[in-house]
Design a protein around this ligand. Structure first.
Ligand code: COA
Length: 163
């Protein structure tokens, strides 16, 4: 056996979406959301490129039929820095159901596997911080926090595969 010890996959409960088309992660949506109306909600990942600097962002989008009802956007670090800076917004009526944690996990799994991202850095609201704390606790990541001059909390953590 190679090396004797099998390394755990990163976020194994988020299976990689099929390559080639728009990656679809709808099957991961919690039953609570899916049951609201069968097959009405869907989750997908798109990519955008900004201007001449070539900055990239990866967007996890939640749709209710034709309407976009939430997104978690990750700006990828420039010049191979292997970081992602997330920003999220989910419609009020869908908050507190675990979708924030799930959508951040989809973003992190996606950018870890496809872009080699290994660190999360950013500043955000208390609501965002709750998601990062929850992620760090669930996956054993070490979250570093500090308040900035605008009273936002800035955070940084390395993405590791877990024990
Ligand atoms: C940030 C945001 C996307 C989180 O989405 P969400 O679907 O509500 O998050 P989740 O349901 O996955 O909850 C994440 C954690 O926060 C906790 N939480 C959620 N709502 C809470 C509330 N009102 N009070 C206390 N804790 C709360 C959850 O219990 C969970 O922690 P846990 O796993 O330890 O139990 C959402 O609140 C939002 O869109 N906020 C407005 C925009 C914003 O602030 N964006 C971030 C700027 S970068």
């Amino acid at each position: 056996m190679l090396g004797g010890v099998l390394q755990r996959e990163f976020l194994p409960h988020i299976p990689d979406a099929e390559r080639g088309s728009v990656p679809d992660y709808s099957s991961l949506l919690p039953a609570l959301v899916r049951k609201r109306d069968r097959d009405r909600y869907w989750l997908r990942v798109t990519q955008k490129n900004f201007g001449r600097l070539g900055a990239k962002s990866v967007v996890v989008e939640l749709y209710d039929g034709e309407d976009r009802v939430g997104d978690v956007t990750g700006i990828l670090g420039v010049r191979g820095s292997k970081t992602v800076t997330p920003h999220a917004d989910i419609n009020q009526s869908l908050r507190g159901l675990g979708l924030g944690v799930l959508m951040y996990e989809v973003l992190l799994a996606h950018v870890y596997r496809r872009y080699g991202v290994r660190k999360v850095v950013g500043c955000g609201s208390d609501a965002a911080l709750r998601v990062h704390r929850s992620l760090a606790r669930r996956h054993g990541w070490t979250l570093h926090e500090a308040r900035d001059e605008h009273d936002y909390t800035c955070y940084e953590y390395a993405l590791t595969k877990g024990a």
